[in-house]
Write a new protein. Sequence first.
Length: 276
Amino acid sequence: MKTIVISGGTDGMGKALAMEYLGRGDTVVVLGRDAAKGAVFGEAGRATFIQADLGLIARNREVVERITTTFPVVDALVLCARHFRSTRAETAEGIESTFALEYLSRYLLSHGLAAALSRAERPVVVNVSGPGVTKPEIRWHDLSLTRGYDGVAAQMQAGRANDLLGVAFAAEHAASGISTVLLNPGGVSTSFSGEYDTATAAHVQALKRYGKPVEEGIVPIIARIDDPPPEPLSAFVEGRRIAATGPGFEPAAANRLAEVTRGLLADERRRRGTHG
């Protein structure tokens, strides 16, 4: 039996994946912000729900500590948590919310659980993001998008950051046997968690009408969990493999983002130390 950790596991594809693997008899750790939605997992055997605002660096660190204390071996980490914002917002730690939730959380969970993953027979990290989609360059001098914020641009930047996270993580942990998978599930009628302006809300409703059912959308994710690719890094659009090289996957950009991220996390730790 496997132990699977799913961020964003109380809605949409994350919830469907959790129920799939619980039904198989596996142990599933679900991470989510909403306690009411997480309560359903209290009725399911082998399920652990951890309520957490994953937009907060400190909370991710606490979650990692709890998971690794309870589950020394993790077979799969599935990163699904997303929340769209038409209007720019910052977390309590002063970081733009989309970047914090959709990139920093995935960085912290991936690296924080790497040791537990490395103890599994065929460990895999499935980052449900957007490989195969052309994305703009990282705004290196304005990561928090203080100028010209746009909700779609914020998610596109987070998506590009996740492509680069995959490149850097796979290189750093190549000897551990962890398979990192960047996966674009295509158009899926999932929960679309978010706070939308009128125009964007209308677009989301269209996506819900015409997107694939969640049960179909999770099929390529299940395939990667059940049979992780042998190489350290791979990318898929729905069930089709694409090259995780070339534009969008540049090692130099991945290393630069990793360095910037480590600095940002160190700054946050120092601030917490200063303020008790």
